[in-house]
Design a protein around this ligand. Structure first.
Ligand code: ADP
Ligand code: MG
Length: 320
């Protein structure tokens, strides 16, 4: 099968909102009036971001999900995406599963595949997503203010637990299955992200671990934060299913990565609005602390004691 037949068979569909979709030298898009366009790109490389054994359908889902997560973090509405693929060979079963997983998530979010590039080479998936936001309403990392509340969406740490299982950590089967589904098919928090426009003062998605991604907000906003560790007690989905050792829990939740949840701040007087928005978008939101003036990140345990916050000290699994 040649390159053009491959595109035709697995990726080309009738344009929906695009003025011109796949098939010409460029796609053509008409932006909504009064909106700004937002762009983000993320690449998945075999061996680095996924294993060659991963189910192609799950991989198609994840390749787009990690990109949609960046749009969610800005409060954007997904519109379209470009897919650049390097494939070692034409494997029809793989392509069929991959495109199904990819396009099912795209359809679920009304995000249209409008073009890309296809080449032979080591397996590599690069996606560029395009979203729209009403003018001036993007939620940036730089808007956090001292006194703001600090929140996370959904569940943290489960994807990291799955990674540790792949590296040899022994888990009960039900725990592993749930952790693996969190790792392989994350849910980008698009509805929550959009609903937080005008409510959240700063936001980022959690792709590299809570502390690291919160760190980006703190740096961009020139503020610090206090996290109450008790607020994070129930945030790991799989922890309820087994006797998860406390150090494993802490590492996975604080510096796990691959969560694709949102970390955000909002003024304290909007606390009820935040919970109303969480409810309306059917997404768990957990209050985990507050923004401070000092440019430090402080963790407090149940008794209010400060727990030293050296990121690496939480990485139970880090190689020496
Ligand atoms: P060009 O050589 O002009 O850059 P190509 O011949 O590479 O264009 O691609 C033909 C059309 O197919 C273009 O519209 C391009 O955007 C689209 N396309 C190529 N690869 C993909 C892909 N993996 N997914 C979606 N569209 C693709
Ligand atoms: Mg061309």
């Amino acid at each position: 099968m040649g390159e053009f037949e491959l595109i035709e068979r697995y990726f080309k569909r009738r344009p929906r909102q695009a003025a011109v979709g796949i098939g010409d030298d460029c796609a053509v898009w008409t932006p909504l009036s009064g909106h700004q366009m937002v762009f983000s790109a993320d690449m998945l490389v075999e061996g680095r971001h996924f294993l060659s054994t991963v189910n192609p359908r799950a991989l198609g889902h994840k390749a787009l999900a990690v990109n949609l997560s960046d749009l969610a973090a800005c409060g954007a509405t997904p519109r379209a995406f470009l897919l650049s693929l390097a494939l070692p060979q034409v494997d029809e079963a793989w392509l069929s599963g991959f495109s199904e997983g990819l396009l099912a998530l795209a359809d679920a979010h009304g995000c249209e595949l409008i073009g890309g590039d296809t080449t032979q080479g080591p397996l590599n998936l690069a996606i560029t997503v395009i979203g729209e936001v009403p003018f001036g309403q993007s939620i940036l990392r730089s808007g956090a203010q001292p006194g703001d509340d600090l929140y996370v969406s959904g569940h943290l740490g489960d994807a990291r637990l799955a990674l540790e299982a792949f590296r040899g950590l022994s888990l009960p089967q039900a725990v592993f299955d749930l952790a693996r589904s969190r790792m392989e098919t994350p849910s980008p928090r698009i509805a929550l992200g959009q609903a937080l426009r005008g409510v959240a003062s700063a936001m980022a998605d959690i792709s590299d671990g809570l502390l690291g991604d919160l760190g980006h907000i703190l740096k961009a906003s020139g503020v610090g934060a206090e996290i109450e560790l008790t607020g994070l007690r129930d945030v790991m989905l799989t922890a309820k299913l087994w006797a998860c050792p406390p150090d494993v829990h802490r590492t996975c939740v604080l510096s796990g990565g691959d969560d694709y949840e949102l970390v955000f701040t909002a003024p304290a007087h909007l606390r009820d609005r935040v919970q109303a928005v969480a409810h309306a978008s059917d997404t768990l939101v957990t209050h985990i602390g507050r923004i401070t003036q000092a440019d430090t990140l402080v963790l407090r345990d149940a008794s209010g004691q400060v727990v030293p916050c050296d990121l690496s000290s939480y990485d139970h699994f880090a190689s020496p």
